[in-house]
Design a protein around this ligand. Structure first.
Ligand SMILES: Nc1ncnc2c1ncn2[C@@H]1O[C@H](COP(=O)(O)OP(=O)(O)O)[C@@H](O)[C@H]1O
Ligand SMILES: [Mg+2]
Length: 241
């Protein structure tokens, strides 16, 4: 995944300012930065939900924002998990997970069910298949949302503050699923304030402020040799809050 000179404005609000970012296959990158710095917008541009004004975003060599038919294929290869789990309340857990593969790939119902159960095993809650999302805890719902995103076998997973809406005691179970995904080699971009996760799991931390990448480095570089004042301030606040 390569972003080159990507800029994006909402009206006269410049939200992404010439973003250059290279994400290697199989690597996990944490994106951190203050509220309003453009993190969500960047993720939405990466999966094509949001148009860009300038620059290019390429995934496996293909332009995400081209006008051709291939963009549908590219977008199907990118899964996204949001802060609010966005599960369909009137469907069971299993139906939530099978919906996309059934529609996208015309998989059979049996095959869809088998695949969904495998995914629920992977996120640790196979026994919840026939429950309604409303009967699950927040942490369980978010794990279902991850399973749903994985159902179309994406090559890249985007996470936008996946644990920010969770009670503290449920954060761990979601981060553990994400850690396992990273260890299995999934390419991941994770917007999070969970610096323990960043330190332990990710290959690189990218710090964004006011739509610009201010600095990036390995967790060790980022936490122990923070260069910019803005990142220092941010790290201090997060670690000592
Ligand atoms: N759909 C939108 N329309 C107008 N302004 C937006 C929209 N989405 C985000 N913004 C603005 O873009 C800036 C960056 O927002 P966002 O990407 O959500 O930041 P972050 O995720 O880092 O908190 C903010 O000033 C926000 O108000
Ligand atoms: Mg955001």
């Amino acid at each position: 995944m390569t972003l080159a000179e990507v800029s994006k404005s909402f009206g006269d609000n410049l939200v992404l300012d010439r973003i250059d970012l290279e994400i290697d296959r199989g690597s996990a990158v944490v994106v951190a930065g203050p509220s309003g710095s453009g993190k969500s917008t960047m993720l939405r541009c990466i999966n094509g939900l949001e148009a860009i004004d300038e620059g290019t975003i390429r995934f496996d060599g293909r332009a995400v924002h081209s006008t051709g038919r291939e963009i549908y294929g590219i977008r199907a290869e990118i899964g996204m998990v949001f802060q609010q789990f966005n599960l369909f309340p009137h469907m069971t857990v299993l139906e939530n997970i099978t919906l996309a593969p059934l529609e996208v790939e015309h998989a059979s119902k049996d095959e869809g069910r088998r695949r969904a159960l495998r995914l629920l095993e992977r996120v640790g809650i196979p026994e919840k298949a026939d429950d309604s999302p409303a009967d699950l805890s927040g942490g369980q719902q978010q794990r279902v949302a991850i399973a749903r995103a994985l159902a179309v076998e994406p090559k890249l997973m985007l996470f936008d503050e996946p644990t920010s809406a969770l009670d503290p005691e449920m954060i761990r179970e979601v981060l553990d699923v994400m850690r396992d995904l990273a260890r299995e080699g999934m390419t991941m971009i994770v917007v999070t304030h969970e610096m323990g996760f960043a330190r332990e799991v990710c290959d690189r931390i990218v710090f964004i402020d006011e739509g610009r990448i201010v600095e990036q480095g390995t967790p060790d570089e980022f936490f122990n040799q923070t260069r910019s004042d803005r990142a220092k301030e941010f790290v201090d606040k997060i670690i000592h809050h």
